[in-house]
Design a protein around this ligand. Sequence first.
Ligand SMILES: C[S@@+](CC[C@H](N)C(=O)[O-])C[C@H]1O[C@@H](n2cnc3c(N)ncnc32)[C@H](O)[C@@H]1O
Length: 203
Amino acid sequence: MTDWEERWSLEDTPWDKGAPAPPLVELLASDQGQKLKGLRVLVPGCGSGEDVRELARAGAVVTGLDISPSAVRHAGLKDPTTGAKFECASFFDWSSEPFDAIWEHTCFCAIELKDRIRYAEACARLIGHGGHLVGVFYLEPWAPGERPAPPPHPSEKDEIIELLAPNFVLRWDKIPSLAYPGREGREWLAVFERVDSDRGVAV
Ligand SMILES: C[S@@+](CC[C@H](N)C(=O)[O-])C[C@H]1O[C@@H](n2cnc3c(N)ncnc32)[C@H](O)[C@@H]1O
């Protein structure tokens, strides 16, 4: 199991590119992204908060959440002018008034496989009905033949759709045109709408 606080305190954070996720930049420039303006958005597993600040600059009211105190401290020190807020807690246990949207980027692939159901339940609990889970899912983090110890964990589109199905419906998706070098064609940009549960857990 990954000790995230240790990774952050040792500055062993190769995922941190010092810039917002390119698929988020692409989304914010599109008609889909324009709809995030003015909405309350939660970013779980926000790390140093690059995506949080980018969303805030685009006009969203954003809260970044991370389990690592060092990550949250680091995030809070970088450009405090955007108005973004940061909280330190586990996404699985944290409670709040429901948000209009969650932005997912490299949180889902970071958590243990056994916790994916808890991830889906947290999304359902923290997004109000009619709200959206908007995310770039890192489907295939490894080059062919490469199999280092996870995280990141790979995933498949159908698996994500099935996992979220009790509370979410896929409304829109694409393979993003923009990506960090090395991630081209390996990510999936998807928008899920929070709907009434017709099966699964009541949250
Ligand atoms: C791979 S990093 C990605 C960070 C950031 N999204 C980025 O792309 O730079 C995963 C992040 O999720 C955080 N994390 C892991 N499990 C978490 C949990 N249960 N609740 C909140 N944050 C978590 C870690 O501390 C880490 O900052």
